[in-house]
Design a binder for this molecule. Structure first.
Ligand SMILES: NC(=O)C1=CN([C@@H]2O[C@H](COP(=O)(O)OP(=O)(O)OC[C@H]3O[C@@H](n4cnc5c(N)ncnc54)[C@H](OP(=O)(O)O)[C@@H]3O)[C@@H](O)[C@H]2O)C=CC1
Ligand SMILES: O=C(CO)[C@H](O)[C@H](O)COP(=O)(O)O
Length: 464
């Protein structure tokens, strides 16, 4: 990522000093791509810092955690007040808050910046989500906007908010990425079970979907992956890949943060747990050996109708995942005082990033029409998407359950939809139970205040 980001900067006319703890990486960058722009190769951190114009800007792109701390520490010892350190890796936002505060004490600006788009995006234009101070954005903004992706001439980069805001938004971006990928995988699995189709045949369905409302990078690459054959065996490539999904941590962080904030990001959580389930090997083996299926055969009689049902269920579930992700950003923004512009986040995700999708424009429009929108799902476009898809969504989730096909993200998104729109939830019974065993109190529907019932005594009620 760092190599391609450096090339992107050089191609945009910036002089880029490059450093890596392994000198051969710098050598190979210069050997392979030195002609693309103005690079200054360096062999030591001191040499790297000395080569920078004052006030200096250093961008780091290493693994989150100890590696990032080590590099920041090395740089901070050599840099001066007024200099800027940009951490463009996927850092955990509490680390970014901590690092920003520590470096601020030294007069160094620390800018935690989300970058999305994979290696190709880093080279040709990623989506960039910088946090840190407004002052540092004034210096960095023109450069970051220049190297970012552009959609309709608009850069996919904006100042997200102070300290950890940029890394928080990138984290939720990745959480949505997890949900989107899981939903696509479930749709693929449903099509495979329902149609008994080959991966290449399903590729055509995804390619078709990519012409409409579902148009997105992830749908596009899914079609490409499904169309690919393994050179060694001649089988569909997807069939020779082990079904154990891994993760580096951003999805897990998103769910942990959502639990802390009390935001129900059920689609992201199910997607993260689905990866964990796929990797639970002893448990999967034990379950396979003992647990009955008692499931129906999936007999699709009208394939075209079935494919359309899956498409609608996918689109509706996807809308839920985005709505939940934006809820989480709004909650964190309020909690940490970041003042994040939600519409602008959708705008900078329209290009360059992994979750880029046609309907992000609709999210921006929704927040522009109503910046205080309580629930993205309730904006007119999204309401119409889920209304159109609801019958299909219910049919697919119900049929999948009857046939024993796991659809954790499809089903949990539908359950969220039904929960959030419910007139009355059984949470009243939970409150009553809590009061019964722990005197935790409850509120009544007919008058204000909190109450406790003397469950072990005469069951009289008293205000508390
Ligand atoms: N891959 C992707 O699609 C994306 C990755 N990211 C984030 O970008 C960052 C880099 O990822 P990526 O380029 O894929 O990873 P790589 O493994 O390709 O590169 C990691 C770099 O970090 C260096 N490094 C590791 N540990 C240390 C250390 N202790 N001290 C100094 N340098 C160290 C490595 O040096 P050496 O070469 O010597 O090993 C290498 O240059 C991560 O935070 C990742 O989460 C963000 C968006 C997308
Ligand atoms: O940041 C990214 C894209 O935006 C990375 O590709 C992402 O970190 C991959 O995550 P994981 O390995 O957990 O699937």
């Amino acid at each position: 990522m760092g190599r391609n980001l450096a090339r992107n900067l050089a191609r945009h006319g910036y002089t880029v000093a490059v450093h890596n703890r392994s000198p051969q990486r710098v050598e190979s960058l210069i050997e392979d791509h030195g002609s693309e722009g103005d690079f200054i190769p360096t062999t030591s951190l001191e040499g790297f810092v000395d080569s920078l114009e004052r006030p200096r800007t250093a961008i780091i792109m290493v693994q989150a955690g100890a590696a990032t701390d080590a590099v920041i520490e090395g740089l901070a010892e050599l840099m001066e007040p007024g200099d800027i350190i940009v951490d463009a890796g996927n850092a955990h936002f509490p680390d970014t808050i901590r690092r920003e505060a520590a470096l601020r004490d030294q007069g160094i600006h620390f800018v935690g910046t989300g970058v999305s788009g994979g290696e190709e995006g880093a080279l040709n234009g990623p989506s960039i989500m910088p946090g840190g101070t407004q002052e540092s954005y004034q210096t960095l903004g023109p450069m970051l906007e220049a190297i970012s992706a552009k959609v309709d001439g608009v850069p996919c980069c904006t100042h997200v908010g102070p300290d950890g805001a940029g890394h928080f938004v990138k984290m939720v971006h990745n959480g949505i990425e997890y949900a989107d990928m899981q939903l696509i995988a479930e749709a693929y699995d449903l099509l495979r079970h329902g149609l008994h189709a080959s991966p290449a045949e399903i590729a055509d369905i995804f390619a078709q979907w990519n012409q409409g409302e579902l148009e997105s990078y992830l749908i596009e690459i899914t079609a490409e992956v499904l169309r690919h054959f393994d050179a060694e065996t001649g089988k569909g490539f997807v069939d020779i890949v082990l079904d154990q999904a891994e993760q580096k941590g951003t999805g897990r962080w998103t769910v942990q943060s959502a639990l802390d904030l009390g935001v129900p990001v059920t689609g992201i959580a199910e997607a993260t747990f689905a990866r964990a389930l796929s990797g639970s090997l002893p448990q999967r083996e034990a379950a396979r050996a003992t647990l009955p299926a008692e499931a129906q055969q999936w007999d699709v009689t009208r394939p075209e109708e079935f494919i359309e049902d899956v498409r609608r269920a996918l689109l509706s579930s996807k809308v839920v995942a985005y709505s939940q992700g934006f809820d989480q950003i709004a909650a964190a923004s309020a909690e940490y005082g970041w003042n994040v512009d939600l519409g602008a986040m959708a705008r900078i995700w329209r290009g360059g990033c992994i979750i880029r999708a046609r309907f992000l424009d609709r999210i921006t429009e929704a927040y522009e029409a109503n910046p205080d929108l309580a629930l993205l799902l309730s904006a007119p476009y999204f309401t119409s998407v889920v209304s159109d898809g609801l019958g299909s969504w219910r049919k697919i989730v119900a049929q999948a359950a009857l046939c024993g096909v796991p659809t954790p993200a499809f089903s949990s998104s539908l359950a969220y939809y039904d929960g959030i729109r419910s007139e009355a939830l059984p949470a009243n019974l939970i409150q009553a139970q809590r009061d019964f065993f722990g005197a935790h109190t409850y509120r009544r529907t007919d008058k204000p205040g909190s109450f406790h019932t003397d469950w072990s005594g005469d069951r009289s009620e008293s205000p508390v």
